[in-house]
Design a protein around this ligand. Structure first.
Ligand code: GLN
Ligand code: ZN
Length: 758
């Protein structure tokens, strides 16, 4: 008998119930008891949805973040929070969100740092360590959830983050070696395992996804040390790896002294046979056969082709599961009301993936005949997707095949282009600009909502947007900015707006995925060959340009960002989809240029975050990502100035790739890091223009002109003044006009001061 189990279920609730409960609590509109009651309801509903499984995950639910939960379980809180009064829940959210200074004299507490969970779009709170960190067990969260589950007769398998991955995810604030803490950490894990055993736990899922990354000798040894120690516990351990292949950690993973190993058979199919060869004969193998990172229906018949021989070999030692926690996919396809009816049957969200799992389990245990109808229905949907004309567009495929080497190449090198651009743009030294969006006010969103609901005519909506654009231009002229933007009032989101106007994309209504805390994103679904039926931004951009004599910067989202912030096809390489996007946006670039727009910005906010987990794969990603950008951007003539924007400042690993993009100007996020990070541009002798952000748009604070002058002067030590621009860190859409106006006034006056002193 093979067993079926799940590694984790989305915690936000199908209607984002958790988000609303969290936010009501934070705003003081509901009590802690109410928040906890909602949380319990979501857990109960999730367990209900997973009833058919042999093992149901427990402890995967979180009020904010599973890594923060683990820090609490291990008694590892930052000292700045630990000394404060208040309940454990207050403390928890203080680490998660910080606390601002208040009237009663309490000083501000900064939140824990947040960073991406492996290569996903989920962000966790980084545990803070130092050489003298100590750990103490707080098993209350897990034990009380266990009691809850036992009451509901749920066959629960608690999930925790393993000790080595916990350290791997942490940051040593004093620069000490995190691994030195392992001897202090293991006794607390053992204590936890004992407490769980005591409470009746049979299997524990212990997540060690660090095993799919490149580990040096010390980290590998830490795994051996840790699991040799934990092997003494009475609980059976299922060590879970996911998000990739084990490669040179494969032997280590197979031989850890534990009772089971979970591997990601979606990304690591090619490794499965080697795992089977090395897995000790007494160990359970959990095969992650259903993609937990994407929204496509699984091809069950072809999965069974490779899974059945494994089942034969392993018999009751086989467990079947999704590749990773389902945290990374939306909850339920069934609640979608407006989804394209041809495309809906090709999709599976978390609940649908559980049904697929059940079918696989039954097919393995009772034979395919036992689920013949389900398999036939699945086959029909898979075939329909494979052959759909909505997916395959021969013209688009031909265009990608015909991409030639010179398509990504500008006419002349930067040094020659910039002379031509200067001659007609006539910008001053230290030109000022913004990153694209101006405040997306509640009123703008209200108008869009009413248009979408049909309460407002398209014409009325368009008129409203025109007025917004005119207002925005007026403000920028009054501020004295040098390069203006139209302000992006018409855009709900930088990816969704373009996706909606490209063939090959669909949008869900409720397909939310947690990004961090209460923040959720709704990634568009890139399902087919991408084409652009008609121009997208040309009209708005020209309208804006008609209102000013200053150059107006056209604003587009780049192909790599479109790709990295979408659910993408699994029937062709990511690079192929990216090139298709590049060709579609390239047409938009050329149309903008032909219409007289002289500056075009192509945002690549998500280029860096697409880097694969393993460094050995970085180069090939960067090759096609940068090539896609080049193809999209570089068809313009020398006189047209291409800008790109990136929401980060860590360029150390990618500076060569960024230089190869060959944008005339890049604007980046640097204001918080004191321009330290420009060093890498200096060292690399990066040749083109740079606009290092001088205004931190993530904070409501209004930077002074002096601050901006100081930052630019600092930047000028690394980059020659002639190549520096003055701009904010990122778009202004989340800010208020009352903040934006004085902040930009100061920014513009800083540029004036700099020019006077030049
Ligand atoms: N042009 C976009 C804006 O200003 C860029 C956003 C981003 O980089 N995330 O909103
Ligand atoms: Zn940005």
């Amino acid at each position: 008998m093979a067993l079926i189990h799940n590694l984790g279920f989305p915690r936000i609730g199908a209607g984002r119930e958790l988000k609303f409960a969290q936010e009501a609590f934070w705003k003081g509109r509901s009590s802690a008891a109410e928040l906890l009651a909602r949380a319990q309801e979501i857990r109960a509903a999730n367990w209900q949805a997973q009833q058919a499984l042999d093992w149901v995950p427990l402890g995967d639910f979180s009020l904010y973040d599973q890594v923060l939960d683990m820090s609490f379980t291990l008694g590892n809180l930052p000292a700045r929070v630990e000394q404060l009064e208040g309940s454990e829940l207050d403390q928890y959210f203080r680490v998660a969100r910080g606390r601002s200074a208040n009237d009663s004299g309490c000083s501000a507490i900064h939140a824990g740092e947040m960073t991406k969970w492996f290569d996903t779009n989920y962000h966790y709170i980084v545990p803070e360590l130092s050489a003298d960190t100590s750990f103490t067990l707080n098993a209350e969260r897990l034990l009380s959830q266990l009691a809850e589950a036992q009451e509901m007769a749920v066959k629960a398998k608690p999930v925790i983050i393993g000790p080595v991955t916990y350290l791997w995810l942490s940051k040593a604030k004093d620069g000490s070696n995190r691994l030195d803490l392992l001897p202090k950490l293991l006794p607390v894990y053992l204590e936890l395992l004992d407490a769980l055993a005591q409470a009746g736990v049979e299997w524990l899922q212990i997540d060690e996804p660090a095993l799919v990354t490149e580990l040096d000798r010390d980290w590998k040894r830490a795994f051996e040390t840790a699991y040799r120690r934990l092997a003494s516990s009475r609980v059976k351990l299922m060590v879970a790896t996911y998000f990739g292949t084990l490669e040179d950690n494969l032997l280590l993973a197979c031989n850890l002294p534990c009772d089971g190993l979970h591997v990601d058979a979606v990304r690591g199919r090619q490794e499965l046979n080697v795992v089977l060869d090395w897995l000790p004969v007494d160990k359970v193998l959990s095969v992650g056969a259903i993609d937990g990172r994407n929204i496509w229906k699984t091809d069950l018949n072809s999965t069974l082709e490779w899974l059945e021989p494994i089942a034969k070999k392993l018999a009751e030692r086989l467990w079947i599961a999704p590749s990773c926690s389902l945290l990374h996919v939306p909850v339920d396809l069934a609640i979608e009301q407006n989804l394209d009816e041809e495309i809906r049957p090709w999709l599976a969200f978390a609940k649908q993936k559980l049904s697929e799992l059940a079918i696989l389990g039954k097919a393995i245990n009772e034979g395919r005949a036992a689920v013949a109808d389900e398999l036939a229905a699945n086959q029909a949907d898979i075939t329909s997707r494979k052959h759909s004309e909505r997916v395959h567009n021969t013209q688009v495929k031909a265009a990608v095949t015909n991409i030639s080497a010179n398509m990504g190449q500008r006419q002349s090198p930067y040094a020659q282009r910039i002379i031509k651009q200067d001659a007609h743009l006539k910008l001053p030294l230290y030109p000022t600009t913004t990153i694209g969006s101006f405040p997306q006010t509640a009123e703008i969103r209200q108008f869009r909502l009413r248009r979408n609901k049909g309460e407002l005519s398209e014409q009325k909506y368009q008129e409203y947007i025109r007025d917004e654009i005119a207002f925005c231009i007026k403000q920028q002229e009054a501020l004295g900015l040098d390069v203006l933007v139209h302000g992006e009032a018409e855009r709900n989101d930088m990816v969704e707006y373009f996706g909606e106007q490209l063939e090959g994309y669909v949008f869900s209504q409720f397909g939310w995925v947690q990004s961090y805390g209460s923040r959720c994103v709704k990634p568009p679904i890139l399902f087919g060959d991408i084409s652009r039926p008609k121009a997208i931004t040309v009209e708005w951009t020209n309208y804006a340009q008609s209102l000013t004599n200053k150059p107006l910067k056209g604003m587009l989202t780049g192909p790599v960002t479109m790709l990295n912030w979408s659910f993408v096809r699994d029937d062709q390489p990511r690079s192929e989809s990216c090139l298709q996007l590049a060709l579609a946006i390239r047409q938009e670039v050329l149309d903008l240029e032909a219409s007289g727009i002289q500056i075009i910005q192509i945002d690549e906010a998500a280029l860096r975050e697409g880097l694969p987990l393993r460094q050995s794969e970085w180069q090939s990603y960067l090759d096609w990502a940068v090539e896609s950008f080049r193809i999209c951007a570089n068809a313009v003539c020398d006189e047209t100035q291409i800008h790109s924007h990136m929401c980060y400042s860590e360029f150390n690993d990618i500076i060569k790739a960024i230089a190869h993009m060959d944008a005339d100007v890049i604007t980046i996020e640097t204001s918080r890091s004191d321009m330290e990070l420009l060093k890498v541009f200096d060292e690399y002798e990066y040749p083109n223009d740079i606009g290092p952000g001088v205004y931190d748009i993530h904070s409501p604070n209004i930077p002074s002109a002096e601050q901006a002058v100081a930052l630019i002067n600092q930047a000028a030590q690394a980059i020659p003044a002639e190549r520096l621009w003055v701009n904010p860190d990122c778009g202004l859409k989340t800010r208020q006009w009352e903040e934006v106006i004085p902040a930009l006034q100061n920014m513009v006056s800083a540029a004036k001061t700099l020019r006077e002193n030049a």
